[in-house]
Design a protein around this ligand. Sequence first.
Ligand code: NAP
Length: 259
Amino acid sequence: MFTSLEGKTVIVTGASKGIGRGIALRFGAAGLNVLVVSRTLADAEKVAAEIGPNASAFAADVSSPEDSEAMAAAALERYGRIDVLCANAGIFPAARLGQMTAADFDHVIGVNLKGTFLSVSAVLPAMKAAKKGRIVLTSSITGPITGYPGWTHYGASKAGQMGFMRTAAIELAPWNITVNAVMPGNILTEGLEGAGPEYMAAMTASIPMRKLGSVADIANAALFFASEEAGYITGQGMVIDGGQVLPESIGALEEMDKA
Ligand code: NAP
């Protein structure tokens, strides 16, 4: 049995939809106070209402230093503490090299990577004062391990988060603050459903477990990193992908199907 996290406070960025919503619901069910953050207040409010009285919404753009500071201030004002940050907000527009503009590149890096840095920076004063904290980044398999056409900027941002994480974990260890990352494979979200049935079928076929992940699969891993019991784990990534990155070739999956 894991130690209860009831009464602690978590900030979840990008929590109005998809994986972030799943993380917010899971942490809320575990009894934490949840600050549900996205740029669109009305969407964040819906998720906070779903969680219950231990949650509230806040509108912030994680690529803005001012918004990030305001987000941390709101958590402190409402709940008096910040125990956990789930830096999850991310965007994944596609553009091939040759068409990708400098502005496209800056936008993705600005939200996914600079946004991670800004969210972490904003919660540090509270975590350092408490001499304790848990930071969980949402990276991806795409970038750190795999690639996908159209996502050079996205892959760079997600691999960048892992580089950021390793040095942050060393810098923050003296304050008993851990920094880890969940690395999702293909997770069934509203966004992915929009990619169409063909994309979904091709993705499913490439996964040894032959199913897409759920947001709960990622939320459970994030909750583990936030637990007391994970206190000696820092600077690590956890791949949650149903085995997607494992086959060395399509032949490996064909061989698997012969079983
Ligand atoms: P999603 O369904 O598109 O949700 C993205 C969330 O982030 C929304 O709440 C959105 O709300 C918020 N957001 C976007 N830009 C923001 C900004 N600048 N500031 C604050 N919030 C912002 O995305 P998802 O699929 O759940 O992905 C979430 C994270 O998981 C991302 O970091 C992504 O890279 C990672 N990931 C996803 C998958 C997957 O299969 N879905 C796989 C690997 C990794 P607003 O637009 O209202 O701000």
